[in-house]
Design a protein around this ligand. Structure first.
Ligand code: PLP
Length: 394
């Protein structure tokens, strides 16, 4: 009898996408082990250390015995602090029962889509946008409906176009501001017009505000703050970007209580709970001194300026000044190279790791994404290398 094993995956796995940043990181590291010097501008995580007061709180929590399971929706003390923080920053009344703490911001995307969308439903999402949205919408068998973000609109979405995409099958609309990968930001008027376009329809909004504290120009506006919208909003925020805590795995969603119980049930079925000591560190992050956030943001702004000015001097590149987050998204159509081929060549031949705009959806063609989570010295090195490469190859 032939006992050879054949992998028989569930068909839905064919529909699950991925996040290219991790693949490019692996490829770049492989080149480094062969002795190549690579400037890493591919990965979306702050290069700063978690502030010391937060690390101390986490260590202290471990010593005090926060090493056990906790409630699936999060420790009450953290849910309370998050409810206060969101109430203040979004000028709404949030109760701890509306908060679900999860390991990172990503699970809120995963759980919201899993809980709400299925076959015959449509989900509208930004494109170019964080790739996990499209991946998850496809995974659950719903129809992924992209709303194109256009450079000429500074990568804000066109609300009239959004209005034209909403129909009776629309179950969920995903917003992301400040935006990954473009750094675009929705204005107060945009948000008000989006709320008006949704009108009285029974549609939920997933508002991904993970970069809400990394803003260089203007103010953050949340659709949750608009009269009548809180009941229809799932707010996603977290600790990864704001407090340089990517490895602690800490994020949260704020949503109507009836949905929160189901999302907590998904937590029970998957992770049981978020790490207890991480949650105690999260209390310190939100309650403790905030200077480190401002310092980090000011540093990202300086780097953004150096990167954008440098890219704009390179043949074939043109780059807008992003208003938030820590990415720049230059237009590279004038190089004549498709984005993926260009990103591969820059890694292989120039030693600069960046992402193809197409890693963020089809409408990312003609762009590259550079993260500025690296030192000014390394950003300048990257600019020099790209400049030299373009002079030799274009
Ligand atoms: C737009 C957006 N949402 C969510 C996340 C997920 O963050 P976390 O690492 O907290 O899961 C990211 C991370 O890159 C992101 O860019």
């Amino acid at each position: 009898m032939n006992k050879s094993r054949e992998l028989r995956l569930a068909r839905r796995m064919e529909r699950l996408g991925t996040e290219t940043a991790f693949e490019v990181l692996v490829k770049a590291r492989a080149l480094e082990t062969k002795g190549r010097d690579i400037v890493h501008l591919e990965i979306g995580e702050p290069d700063f250390d978690t502030p010391a007061n937060i690390i101390d709180a986490g260590c202290d929590a471990l010593h005090k015995g926060f090493t056990h399971y906790g409630p699936s929706a999060g420790l009450p003390q953290l849910r309370e602090v998050i409810a206060q923080y969101v109430s203040e920053t979004r000028r709404v009344n949030v109760s701890p029962e509306e908060v679900v703490v999860v390991p990172g911001g990503k699970p809120i995307i995963f759980f919201s889509i899993l809980a709400l969308a299925e076959e015959d439903d449509e989900v509208i999402y930004p494109n170019p946008g964080f790739p996990i949205y499209e991946s998850m919408i496809n995974y659950v068998g719903a129809k992924a409906v992209p709303i194109r973000l256009r450079e000429e609109m500074d990568f804000r979405l066109d609300v009239d176009e959004l209005g034209g995409l909403i129909n009776d099958r629309t179950k969920l609309i995903i917003l992301n501001s400040p935006q990954n990968p473009t750094g675009g930001m929705l204005t107060k008027i945009d948000i008000e017009r989006i709320a008006a376009a949704i009108g009285g329809r029974n549609v939920m909004i997933l508002s991904d505000e993970i970069y809400s504290r990394l803003i260089f120009e203007g103010e953050h506006h949340s659709i949750m703050s608009i009269d009548g919208m809180k009941d229809r909003t799932i707010l996603l925020d977290g600790f990864s970007k704001t407090y340089a805590m990517t490895g602690w795995r800490m994020g949260y969603g704020v949503m109507p209580v009836d949905l929160a119980t189901h999302v907590a049930r998904l937590m029970t079925n998957s992770n049981s709970c978020t790490a207890s000591f991480s949650q105690i560190a999260g209390v310190e992050a939100l309650r403790g001194p905030q200077e480190s956030v401002d310092k980090m943001c000011a540093e990202f702004e300086k780097r953004r300026d150096v990167m954008v000015a440098g890219l704009n001097k390179i043949k074939g590149f043109s780059c807008r000044l992003p208003k938030g987050a820590f990415y720049v998204f230059p237009n590279t159509t004038k190089t004549g190279w498709p984005s993926k081929k260009l990103a591969d060549a820059l890694l292989d031949e120039a030693g600069v790791a960046a992402l193809s705009g197409t890693a963020f959806g089809d409408f990312g063609e003609g762009y590259l994404r550079f993260s500025v989570a690296n030192s000014i010295e390394n950003i300048e090195k990257a600019i020099e290398r790209i400049d030299k490469w373009t002079k030799e190859n274009l």
